[in-house]
Ligand binder design. Structure first.
Ligand SMILES: O=C(O)CCC(=O)C(=O)O
Ligand SMILES: [Fe+2]
Length: 204
């Protein structure tokens, strides 16, 4: 067994058992800090775009974040380091759980104070490509009083609130867990990612 598979054993076991888990410290602190600095700079330069929802990509009061996708071939060093790590996790999940995940997509997101994202499922209505949702948090010194938890709705009507602490990666099965972003009192930064399976389109 190599080092990578050891590093992700806890995550693969928890995902298999519960369908979700939080992985602390996915990256060294300096790499997380570089991502946070880049996300903040893009936000301050107004280079993030208000998020859209649904196939029509309409502006919506359902979510208040602004985003910027990571583009293959045009990533910063910080983004590349993050995607390499996420890809190692994807490979470990395929090996241990045989999920058939072929690629990852990711975007920065900033929720300004008061903004949230109402309860939803990450599966797009017309596609089951998204199998695993992963959210990487970039917020140093986040306090419970700052709000902004990700509320994950569990079977049986209970929920768990996950604070958006820098370095934490939340993983959950996209088709299984409704979730919402609660409003915060300060800017809330993250990278939202999805690990995708190949989707066969029926030829009719
Ligand atoms: O930022 C988060 O905690 C979750 C964001 C989310 O649910 C989404 O982008 O679909
Ligand atoms: Fe979501």
């Amino acid at each position: 067994m190599n080092i990578e598979s050891n590093a992700f054993d806890g995550a693969t076991d928890a995902l298999a058992a519960d369908g979700w888990c939080v992985l602390p410290d996915l990256l060294p602190a300096a790499e997380t800090w570089a991502l946070a600095a880049e996300c903040r700079a893009l936000h301050e330069a107004h280079r993030l775009t208000p998020a859209r929802v649904g196939a029509a990509r309409t502006a919506t009061p359902l979510r208040g974040d602004s985003t910027q996708w990571f583009h293959a071939g045009a990533m910063s060093a910080a983004q590349q380091a993050f995607m390499d790590r996420l890809d190692a996790l994807r490979t470990a999940l395929n090996r241990e759980l045989m999920l058939g995940l072929v690629e990852c997509e990711a975007h920065y997101a900033v929720y300004p104070p008061g903004a949230g994202y109402t309860r939803h499922l990450d599966r797009l209505r017309d596609s089951d490509a998204r199998v695993v949702s992963a959210v990487y948090y970039l917020n140093e010194d986040w306090l419970a009083a700052d709000g902004g938890a990700l509320r994950l709705y569990l079977d049986g009507g209970s929920h768990r609130d996950i604070p958006p602490h820098a370095g934490s990666l939340l993983l959950f099965l996209s088709a299984q867990f409704e979730h919402e972003v609660l409003p915060a009192t300060r800017d809330r930064m993250s990278i939202a990612c999805w690990m995708r399976q190949r989707v066969l389109t029926a030829i009719l």
